[in-house]
Design a protein around this ligand. Structure first.
Ligand SMILES: Cc1ncc(COP(=O)(O)O)c(C=O)c1O
Length: 351
């Protein structure tokens, strides 16, 4: 099925004002955005138009009751300059996982994908040419009923905007395991990419940064011992010859990079196990000299090696010279993106 979009082009592109060698993260928007409305039980008013503020009534339900979900993905260029997307259909599916949990309407996958392809094609010139830089794509949906009273909104907006972002080198990160505040519990909304999860993370993240740590490592809300994920990444531990990542229990975001990592490492002969893992097990593995690598996975960095991990009074330091598995996976995914390595999975899609 093909949807019909009304397209209004900007009279004044701001592309020439952008210095692709120096892009402040998250502040530079391209010229156009996609907008759709959900009214009377269906998606309608498909439009691509110049990026502009959208006036919002003070009674807008999204402000008050938090029905707001989003995705984060990237368009990049291969070595020959062709624009490509990475597993866009997975993002189309995941936004609907979020929508179902937040009692919001699903977005037909074909609509989501057509909107991404059309917008990215229009904004191709905004994909930075530098290796490692990308066009960050932010699809999101929020409630628009102007009603006070806790219930699901009947109307919504689905918007996609894109922004050029500079190279994101996979710098080693320092993690602080959080044993007071929790991000999510089983049965809650942890597996939904909903704004409130990120709001809940801000105070502990600020506290961690004050202590000199980059991100919080979340523990489960009941026992405060099972590791969930970190900041905006899923987490992997290499213990002995096993690669362990927490299983998806509903409290953890099902990361698309996580899925790639599991597939890639299994196919390359590594023993990858998805199971509950406690912070004590990680500390013990370190004491026994069996903790080889710890790394986070996510769209932003692809893979971020962990160099330091603190829990209560214990600080683990990882040997960055031992990060063979994470380096292999990082190089493979980036190789697929620039087409120097064959993509046998069909993850890379022309934009
Ligand atoms: C909370 C959280 N966990 C994990 C991830 C990693 O997911 P992905 O690999 O799909 O970017 C993200 C980023 O989207 C995130 O926000």
């Amino acid at each position: 099925m093909s949807y019909s979009f009304k397209i209004t082009k900007t009279q004044q592109s701001s592309l020439s004002k952008v210095d692709f060698n120096n892009i402040p993260f998250g502040k530079t928007f391209s010229d156009h955005m996609f907008v759709a409305d959900y009214i009377h039980g269906e998606w309608t008013n498909f439009e691509i138009k110049p990026v502009a503020a959208i006036p919002t009534h003070p009674g807008n339900m999204a402000w008050h009751y938090g029905q707001s979900i989003f995705e984060g993905m990237k368009a990049t260029r291969d070595a020959e300059g062709h624009a490509l997307l990475f597993r866009p259909e997975m993002h189309a599916k995941r936004i609907n996982v979020s929508a179902r949990r937040m009692c919001m309407p699903e977005i037909p996958e074909e609509l989501f994908l057509q909107a991404i392809h059309t917008l990215v094609d229009m904004e191709k010139a905004w994909i930075p040419p530098q290796t490692g830089s990308a066009l960050y794509i932010r699809p999101f949906m929020y409630a628009t009923d102007e009603t006070i009273g806790v219930k699901a909104s009947e109307t919504y907006k689905f918007i996609i905007f894109v922004m050029p972002v500079g190279p994101y080198y996979s710098q080693p990160v320092k993690l602080l395991a959080q044993d007071t505040y929790v991000r999510a519990v089983v049965g809650g909304v942890g597996e939904s990419k909903t704004s409130g999860n990120y709001a809940a993370s801000l105070l502990p993240a600020t506290m961690a940064r004050k202590e000199g740590y980059d991100q919080v490592m979340w523990l489960d809300g009941v026992h405060k011992k099972y590791i969930q994920e970190v900041g905006t990444m899923n987490i992997f531990f290499v213990i002995g010859d096993e690669v362990i990542t927490p299983n998806l229990d509903g409290a953890i975001l099902a990361g698309i990079t996580r899925d790639c990592m599991i597939t890639l490492l299994k196919d390359s002969g590594y023993k990858v196990i998805e199971r509950p893992i406690t912070i004590d097990e990680v500390l013990r593995a370190d004491e026994d000299g069996k903790l080889v690598e710890v790394f986070g996975t996510g769209t932003a960095a692809v893979i971020a090696p962990v160099e330091k991990l603190k829990y209560k009074d214990t600080v683990i330091s990882l040997d960055m010279d031992k990060r063979h598995i994470s380096k292999f996976a990082y190089d493979t995914i980036n190789g697929m993106r620039n087409r120097s390595i064959e993509d046998k999975y069909g993850w890379i899609v022309p934009a």
